[in-house]
Design a protein around this ligand. Sequence first.
Ligand code: BGC
Length: 443
Amino acid sequence: MSETKPKSEKRSWLIWVLVVIVVAVVTGVGVWYVTRPPPPANVLEIYHWWTSGGEKAAIDALVAVFEKEYPDVAVIQSPVAGGAGYVMKSVMKSLVMSGEAPDAFQLHAGYEMKPYVDAGYLEPIDDLWKSEGWESVIPPVVRDMVNWGGHYYAVPVNIHRANVLWYNKKILDKYGIDPATLNTWDGFFAACDKLKAAGINYPIAMGGQGKWEIAHALEQIFASEGIEFYQDLVNGKIDDPNNPKLVDALNTFKKYLNYVNPDYAALTWDQAVAKVIRGEAAFTIMGDWANGEFFVANMTFGVDYGAMPVPGTQGMYGLVIDTFEHPKGVKHPENSIRWLKVVGSKEGQDAFNPIKGSISARTDADMSKYGPYQRSAMQDFKNAKYMYPSIVHGSGAPEVFAAKFNDIASEFATTKDVSAAAKAIVDAISAAKSEYTKVWKLY
Ligand code: BGC
């Protein structure tokens, strides 16, 4: 006779089995939960060199537009101090070359992009240009500078102007100097003499910590020699150290240096602008990122300060263009593309540029968001007779020459040796000959 377990005993046995299974599953899930690999962080990491007061305020405004649109993405800004990117450029090269490119980084349009494009470090972003409709709102002169071999490799976030003479209006008013007299070098130096005689020993403020601040001034003096000369310069065609325009420009710079603060080599560009803000100097030649400094110092354009084209460059617009790109193999490709969309958007540009001092790279900017300096810059951009790409800010000439040019300008500021500098420039062009692959047609 077979023994059958009572029904209730069978049920409790089954319950035990079930309990064991449930406990095992729950524990397993718990262990998995605790030890599982972390989900990929939803991050965007960008590099830039915007660390001055105005620059920082501007990039924060652009990041705020991104954060509004993508609230789940944590933005890591990795700023590398040093105006014009003079420190960041080499940092970025080593990061990119070692496969550690951030999701996007600040890069000038033009020649500065070339080594990255040539080495295949950047993805072409033609599809993005198409889907965002950028071709119809970004002017050809800007488009061409981010297009290599028929492909777009970057998105411009702004158009800065290089050839701006900034002045402290209260000083000019006090000493009866009419800005209209400053549009020739003779008129400008006459004003400097007047201020010197009145006890302002160094009416021109200049920085020089990164050398480029000095080269920036010299570049604008080169532009004042005329567009033909500048075009030859960026096409690598200046081959005679006795070229009269080259020599004349260096002589003008030599004169200019007589009025410059002797501590220039210790100062950054924004510290030089601060001298004008404080009224210690009357003038500084700097790109219109300087407007961002006046802006954060609460100076009123037309009342406290003013701006005009560098003497001899009326009708010319020196182009400095910041861009971001999509490096190959980045850690957060989706966020990189999202960032580029914001960078190229009307909303992004109209948040960033009014603070930055630049004008939008887009023709459909909302003018009402911009202050009077930029509104006049927009007009000047529209009516410019000639535009010229900055060498110092990465666009106009091969990088090897641009780096050399900074050294030559800074050396000249100490030696003031015109023929040595003229020879050094011609030699630097000749040494970089094979790198001049772009043919600029500026007139
Ligand atoms: C950049 C500007 C920047 C300036 C000073 C230029 O090369 O294009 O965006 O504000 O350097 O740092």
